[in-house]
Design a protein around this ligand. Structure first.
Ligand SMILES: NC(=O)c1ccc[n+]([C@@H]2O[C@H](COP(=O)([O-])OP(=O)(O)OC[C@H]3O[C@@H](n4cnc5c(N)ncnc54)[C@H](OP(=O)(O)O)[C@@H]3O)[C@@H](O)[C@H]2O)c1
Length: 287
C-alpha cells in the first residue's frame, strides 16, 4: 500500500480503500459534518459508520460536503454502515438498512455489516438468528443495494454457518491494535478469504500512553498513530483511525513513507494485553 486510494481486494472483486475513517464517538451535528469533510479533503476514501453511532445524518452531510469541496465522485468513495443488535433477524435488518441508507442520504452502501453476533450469552438460537440477519444482507447484496457484505466482531464459531450459505462474508471488522490482535480470528479470516478491518487501531486512544509503541515511533521519527496504522497495514488488516481534530485527521494519513522492520513488528506483536475494550463477542449484550 502506497497511498490512501490503494485497496485491499475483497473476494467478490470489490476494492476496499486501505485506510478507513472512523466515526464512533464523533458528536452528531457540526462536529461530525466537519470531521468527515476534513477526512475526504485529506484524501480518505473510506468512511466507517454505523446506526448506533447516532450521527449517520451528519456523516452523510459531511460526505456530500467533502465530495463537493474535494471534487470527489460517489464512485470514488467507500461507505460502510452496520445493523445494530436491536435489529437482528431478517425483517428488522432490512428495516435498519433502509433507515441507515436514508439517514446517510445515499442510494447504496459499499459495505454493510452485522455489528455484533447474536451469541450464546444473549440468544438461545444465536446461530439461526445470525443466519436470518445474514439472509437479509445476502438479499440486499443480490439486489445491488450494497456492493459487499460482512460482519463485525464475529469469531470463527460465529462465522462457520455463514460460510455455508453460498455467500461468504467479505469482511470481518474486529478489535485489532497493538496489545490485542485476535490472532485466531485473523488466521481464520485469512484462510477463508475474509478481509479483516481493525476497529480501534489506536486502542481508542490507549496506545498514546504505551511506552513500547512510543519508543518505536520515536525510533522512526513518526507518531504513535502512524505506527498503529502502519502495523495494521503490514498485517494485511485495514485500519479505521478516528479523529475529530483536523490536524490529526490529516497527519494520521502519513503512513506510507516508512516501513516497520520485521523485528519491530514482532516486538509489537509480543506486547501483553493492552487497551482491550473488554467487549467479548461471546457475551456482548447491548440492546
Ligand atoms: N465494529 C465495532 O464494534 C467497532 C467498535 C469500535 C470502533 N469501531 C470503528 O473503529 C473506529 C476507530 O476506533 P475508535 O474510535 O475506538 O478509536 P481509535 O481510532 O483507535 O482512536 C481514536 C482516539 O484517538 C485520538 N487520536 C486520533 N488521532 C490521534 C493523534 N494523532 N494523536 C493523539 N490522539 C489521536 C482521538 O481523539 P480526537 O478524536 O479527539 O482527535 C480519539 O480519542 C471507530 O470510530 C469506528 O468507526 C467499530
Amino acid at each position: 500500500m502506497k497511498q490512501l486510494t490503494d485497496a485491499f481486494v475483497l473476494h467478490n472483486g470489490v476494492k476496499l480503500p486501505c485506510v478507513g475513517f472512523g466515526t464512533w464517538q464523533t458528536p452528531d451535528g457540526e462536529t461530525a459534518v466537519r470531521a468527515v469533510k476534513a477526512a475526504i479533503e485529506a484524501g480518505y476514501r473510506h468512511i466507517d459508520g454505523a446506526a448506533v453511532y447516532g450521527n449517520e445524518k451528519s456523516v452523510g452531510e459531511g460526505i456530500r460536503s467533502g465530495m463537493e469541496s474535494a471534487g470527489v465522485r460517489r464512485e470514488e468513495l467507500f461507505v460502510t454502515s452496520k445493523v445494530w443488535t436491536t435489529h437482528r433477524g431478517y425483517e428488522k435488518t432490512l428495516e435498519a438498512f433502509e433507515k441507515s441508507l436514508h439517514d446517510f442520504g445515499l442510494d447504496y452502501f459499499d459495505l454493510y455489516l452485522i455489528h455484533w453476533p447474536a451469541n450464546a450469552g444473549n440468544c438461545e438460537n444465536w446461530d439461526e438468528m445470525n443466519l436470518e440477519s445474514w439472509r437479509a444482507l445476502t438479499e440486499l447484496y443480490r439486489a445491488g443495494k450494497v456492493r459487499a457484505i460482512g460482519v463485525s466482531n464475529f469469531l470463527p464459531h460465529h462465522l462457520k454457518s455463514l460460510m455455508e450459505t453460498g455467500v461468504k462474508p467479505m469482511v470481518d471488522q474486529i478489535e485489532f491494535h497493538p496489545g490485542y490482535m485476535q490472532a485466531e480470528t485473523v488466521a481464520y479470516c485469512k484462510e477463508n478469504g475474509i478481509q479483516v478491518e481493525a476497529w480501534s487501531p489506536m486502542g481508542s486512544g490507549a496506545m498514546f500512553q504505551n511506552e513500547t509503541v512510543k519508543q518505536i515511533a520515536e525510533k522512526y521519527g513518526k507518531t504513535v498513530a502512524h505506527v498503529c496504522v502502519r502495523w495494521c497495514l503490514q498485517h494485511g488488516v485495514a485500519p479505521l483511525p478516528k479523529s475529530v481534530t483536523p490536524s490529526r485527521i490529516k497527519d494520521n494519513t502519513n503512513v506510507f513513507d516508512f516501513v516497520l522492520s520485521a523485528e519491530d513488528m514482532a516486538v509489537i506483536d509480543a506486547m501483553p494485553l493492552t487497551g482491550y475494550s473488554g467487549n467479548n463477542p461471546d457475551t456482548f449484550n447491548v440492546f
